[in-house]
Design a protein around this ligand. Sequence first.
Ligand SMILES: [Zn+2]
Length: 405
Amino acid sequence: MPVNDLELKTFKAIVECIEEGSEKPSRAAIAKELGLSRTTASNYVNKLISAEILEELDSESQGRGRPGKPLTLSTSKRYAIGAFFDEHDWYLSIVNLQGQPVENLHYPIERMTIDSFIQVLIGGIKHIQKKYGAQLLPAVGIGSPGVIDRKTGTIIKAVDLGWRDIPLGRIVQNQTGFSCYILNRYRATGLGEAQHGQGQGVKDFIFIGIGTGMGSAIFIDGKLMFTTNIHTGGIGHIIVDPHGPYCSCGRKGCALPLASTDALITNVLNSLADKTLLTQTTLALQYATEKTLTLAQIMQAAQDGDVFAQQAVQTVADPMCQIIGHLITIINPKKIVLGGPMATSGNYYVDYIEKKVVNDYLTPEIPIVQGSMDVYTGARGAASLVTKRVVELTFHTPDTWYLEQ
Ligand SMILES: [Zn+2]
């Protein structure tokens, strides 16, 4: 259904008007807001209703005496796919145009390789394509590990996984026929937090995700910050200790080898080689019986007051405090939201950081909170890259993947 540029622009303006307004507008309200005649606005609205992008509700708008039926984005006609990768798992969410999930799917990867990472994702998308058919917008939003070139859909590098130059967008597009919008997984989670989680209603906040890798999403005046460069938000390679260990990026003392979940687990396992700790920490006993330890066990012990576990968590939290202290000083946000496996495995890590940042960096006392515990937050954030393009994806056939913004 190709349309001209003016029509496309007007459709987008109407959809934005509905998305951003605090009340559901009527046709008359849209005409007034966009400076159109009622007849013209109504014609555009009719086309958006036939394209199943908008729905007109039956009830009079919220009983406030405003004439006309309220309009809303469709809740049950068109859907979008968002995908998010963490640890060894893909999480896929199918959302309606209001961003509400209608189905969530989890695909664990049994043997982790670059090929299985890509093929498991493609398998998930194809399953959804088969089930939802033409109701799907023909694109997928992807929250991927690593530094992403959003113009080409390429993972430039993911040093925590040892990957370089993976043309994920091109492969997914070739095999599924869907366009791809790719961004770093923690930037996708930040979008999910902004829309449905701890960032709701907060215009200026920073989301930081910490797992085997780390990343941040800075929101200023309600918008995720981008630059023309590709490294926006990459906090893992901030040098926090010039005398620290070498990072796999080649520099010395980056946050990544000091503050990731791998760093925490490795530090704890190395310390437990010292048998004198056996009487001092519950983790030693768990390690002796299970021969390994999980992030969740370490975080639980810290929360239960195990001093050894608490010190281990503090060691990886301290570099993050340094980064957060500086970010608060530079950006001056209203809130910091911490997510990813490290922050969502227990409260001790986040509580420690909240106190330490104010004490050591004398920052304004802003809330530093744990992000949403919903593992599909990142997938919903990625799906929003698709739903926000509902007009283009309906009225134009995209021939390539697009910028993530
Ligand atoms: Zn580095």
